[in-house]
Design a protein around this ligand. Structure first.
Ligand code: UT7
Length: 331
């Protein structure tokens, strides 16, 4: 049993915030941000929420797949910024789109979240438990960002992306002889290094505790440590996935990477000795949207007609946890 992506969708807040807008908030410059990150602008929520963005992205993915909400078996939402702790975002999405027959739950692996959710869906579909799933990455990071911290506020944006995946028993062979579907996945976590990228939730605070909140409720990041982790771990896990499948870098058509920093993507391409033209990027216009970056980029590339049947894709992400992963699939 294999799994194919049959629909993609994305949703972004209307409001654009440029680097010039940020110059008015913190001591920074458009030149510094573009040079160090590749980001020129990002979308920031002005009312859109993690669940409304996720639901919009899901509707578009379903429409592309030619499916209706009542046919959905499973909804997995990857997010680290839900508007509610309870109920989970996936259940909100279920209600919003009317997928009353679906099982729904959230998963948090930060920027690797979409990839981990996709792999979780694959595990369900591969074993025959469910026939299809909506897999979503959705974030409103703007509420977790300290807008006086120039080291982080310039990086992040809000948005959502979704894919509809279907189990398929038939080994569909594409024109180029490749079998459509998931080929391999590699995942990992290094919790011991987790505090280099963190964000605290509410502290225990009641009549029975002497604990006091000491951590900032906003995103804290040691940028250089995360940078070092990403540039080492991402190429290593892509190489591990390629080795597992007996494939070479040359067998891959697209490397769809988490959009955190253009320099990280360029470094990964260099370490893999891969052509940078195979690494689609959209970070310049939407910044780092954590779990949403990979599905939003996938949707843009798919709707733009860039991904063709039979293309082999590597999806790879990294993020807080620290977490990382790579999946290989044929479109
Ligand atoms: O999804 C995962 C999320 N996180 C990441 O992927 C983050 C990975 N890390 C990075 O992308 C980079 O480390 C950053 C873009 C965050 C920072 O770039 P950097 O080249 O590592 O800069 P740095 O932290 O080494 O700082 C260099 C200088 C410092 O000034 P001094 O000490 O040299 O005088 C910073 O204070 O740049 C300063 N700086 C800024 N200047 C202007 C830091 N942020 C800014 C800013 N504007 N926004």
């Amino acid at each position: 049993m294999t799994m194919k992506i049959t629909g993609t969708g994305s949703a972004l807040p209307e409001r654009k915030v440029t680097n010039f807008d940020l110059e008015k908030l913190v001591e920074t410059s458009d030149e510094w941000i573009q040079k160090r990150t590749g980001i020129a602008e990002r979308r920031i929520s002005d009312g859109e929420t993690v669940s409304t963005l996720a639901a919009d992205a899901c509707r578009k993915a379903l429409e592309m797949a030619g499916k209706t909400a009542d046919e959905v078996n499973l909804i997995l939402v990857a997010t680290c910024s839900p508007e509610l702790l309870l109920p989970c975002c996936a259940c909100q999405v279920q209600a919003m789109i009317g997928a009353s027959g679906a099982v729904a739950f959230d998963l948090n692996a930060a920027c690797s979240g979409f990839l981990f959710a996709l792999n979780t869906a694959y595990a369900y579909l591969h074993t025959g438990l469910y026939k299809n799933a909506l897999v979503v990455g959705s974030e409103v990071l703007s509420k977790l960002v300290d807008w006086s911290d120039r080291g982080t506020c310039i990086l992040f944006g809000d948005g959502a992306g979704a894919v509809f995946v279907e189990a398929s028993a038939d080994e569909m062979v594409r024109g180029n002889g490749r079998r459509a579907g998931m080929e391999c996945m590699v995942q990992g976590a290094d919790g011991a290094k987790g505090m280099v990228l963190s964000c605290a939730e509410r502290a225990v605070n009641n009549a029975f505790t002497s604990q006091k909140q000491t951590q900032s409720p906003y995103i804290y990041m040691d940028g250089q440590e995360v940078y070092k982790f990403a540039t080492k771990q991402v190429p290593a896990c892509i190489q591990e996935a390629l080795d597992k499948t007996g494939l070479a870098v040359a067998d891959v058509d697209w490397f769809v990477l988490h959009q955190a920093n253009v320099r990280i993507i360029e470094s990964v391409a260099k370490r893999l000795k891969a052509d940078i033209a195979k690494f689609p990027m959209n970070i310049h216009k939407i910044g780092n949207m954590s779990s949403a970056t990979i599905p939003v980029l996938l949707d843009e590339w798919n709707r733009g007609g860039r991904i063709k049947e039979g293309d082999r894709l590597v999806l790879s992400g990294f993020g807080a946890g620290l977490t990382y992963g790579a999946s290989i699939l044929v479109w």
